[in-house]
Design a protein around this ligand. Sequence first.
Ligand code: PGA
Length: 249
Amino acid sequence: MRRTLIAGNWKMNGSLAANSVLLEGISAAAPTDCDLAVCVPAPYLSQAQAALCASAVLWGAQDVSEHESGAYTGEVSASMLKEFGCTYVIVGHSERRSYHGESSELVARKALRALTTGLLPIICVGETLQEREAGLTDAVVVSQLAPVISAVGKQLADVVIAYEPVWAIGTGKTATPEMAQQVHNLIRTTLAKTSVDAADVVQILYGGSMKPDNAKDLLAMSDIDGGLIGGASLKSADFLAIASAVHAA
Ligand code: PGA
């Protein structure tokens, strides 16, 4: 039985003062029947660590360098994230793929770097509206997964996948539970071609305008094991309401 993971992606939002309210709100009422995590901007990792270390809420980052260390100005290494107690790191978010030109091969190398450093990568995949309308959703998702599957090898069971249709991110448009389930099932079937055991345990999260009012129906689908939440993770009440939907689903 896969445990549900509700992970917040704060993106480039926050301030010391606002984070303090948000982190306190989340940790004070965190449910125990699912895993809860927040992926915060790198400068706030220390604040998240201090605020959450005594709670059940986990934390992580939103990107990581493919390199171990060295002359890579502006990059943050996996071992640095580890030093700040991160459990997770998001890799391959569509905003990084589109604004920073990240290829699926680079995303795969980042995922491998995370795994070899003891971090759990949340690997994002998903199609654009144009690709969906051209009937390319399955092909796009499978091609984004392929380099990851070949890079991580035996550690496949330790990855988290987030299916985030690009057209649903921050737009208020959500994939219907059935649409999302179809792609989640495709992802699991694709993983199973490499390892049936890994495919069975990998958590596959849905991301893209998940909110308190649609979370229950999405989370009720058999291959949706949680959510990667952007906008609704910035208010503790909304984030916790999504986590409570796990119980209802
Ligand atoms: P959203 O973002 O919930 O605001 O759509 C999700 C994400 O980009 O991870």
